[in-house]
Design a protein around this ligand. Structure first.
Ligand code: NAI
Ligand code: 15L
Length: 267
């Protein structure tokens, strides 16, 4: 059965904006939340995920949560701890107490960013069950979120699909993103599949479009009913003209997390 009311955290952000435009088309009624006000949505809830009482009030009465809120890039550990680690803990505690049965967690390729890329032309793909190898404190917070989701599924029956998102933007912005792009429409399709698939327990899936240059295997996402319709390759000519092909020794061509593996906190 399909959840009706869905809390969307991080609704003011890039992915939040793309999903606000798409999820109502699948029949969901959205409750929007962010730490920042949303200009075109005066009814949106405004609170910090570090405020456990505000999180609990926001969660009350919804059928499902799409959890996008938090810091989305590398930062100081203390900032990541506050927004992503404590914030996600508050969200899961609220879901347990308010009996919300389903969460879709925006995890990231940076939870597995130090995983080496398959050799070009090998035909090998990286699955969603590789051991985690976070590339940043940010990626580590996504590993924490996946672990929390596993605990709350096994112990309390709060089910989660953790989507390791590649790069979700209106268009691929770099040569790396020709491999990692998740188109906005495919993001809507994948989140809808994650909200409606029966008995997911805690399932981790890779989240990209049907990209010709994909490094990721999509079998666990497809098992939920996800059928990607887009391919970053339609943007390849323009992206290559601007950024060029990746040299084999470039970090973006060697490791799944690319340049994040070299990012310093707060840089
Ligand atoms: P974003 O940075 O545009 O949006 C995140 C939102 O969370 C912002 O609107 C921000 O105000 C809000 N937020 C930050 N700290 C908060 C706090 N303490 N309390 C409440 N709200 C807070 O990021 P984007 O790109 O929209 O990503 C959404 C989610 O998906 C994030 O969790 C990100 O880590 C994840 N993700 C995104 C990818 C992408 O390609 N866009 C790739 C992989 C993961
Ligand atoms: C992420 O996790 C970030 O939130 C996003 O801004 C992109 O940089 C993305 O990964 C990526 O790897 O392209």
């Amino acid at each position: 059965s399909q959840p009706r009311t869905v809390l969307l955290t991080g609704a003011a952000g890039g992915v939040g904006t793309l999903l606000r435009e798409r999820l109502p088309g699948y029949g969901y009624q959205l409750r929007l939340a962010d730490i920042k006000p949303i200009e075109d949505a005066p009814d949106a809830l405004t609170f910090d995920l570090a405020d456990a009482d505000a999180v609990r009030r926001a969660v009350r009465g919804v059928d499902a949560i799409v959890h996008l809120g938090g810091i989305s890039l590398e930062d100081r550990f203390s900032a990541i701890l506050h927004a992503n680690i404590e914030g996600t803990y508050h969200l899961y505690e609220a879901a347990r107490q308010e009996r919300v049965p389903r969460i879709v967690f925006a995890s990231s390729n940076h939870a597995v960013g130090f995983v080496p890329l398959p050799a070009p032309g090998s035909g090998e793909l990286i699955g969603s069950s590789v051991p985690t190898r976070p590339d940043t404190y940010y990626g580590l917070s996504k590993v924490f979120g996946e672990g929390l989701a596993s605990l709350y599924a096994d112990k309390y029956g709060v089910q989660t699909v953790s989507i390791r998102i590649g790069s979700c933007f209106p268009k691929p912005r770099s040569t790396r993103m020709l491999s990692t792009w998740l188109s906005p429409d495919d993001c809507g399709r994948l989140v809808h599949a994650a909200l409606t698939a029966p008995e997911v327990g805690h399932t981790v899936v890779n989240g990209i479009s049907a990209n010709t240059r994909a490094w990721w295997d999509l079998s666990t996402a497809r098992a939920l009913g996800y059928e990607p319709q887009d391919n970053a390759e339609v943007h390849a000519e323009a992206v290559i003209a601007e950024h060029g092909e990746l040299a084999p020794d470039h970090v973006d061509a060697r490791l799944l997390g690319g340049f994040f593996t070299e990012a310093e906190p707060g840089s």
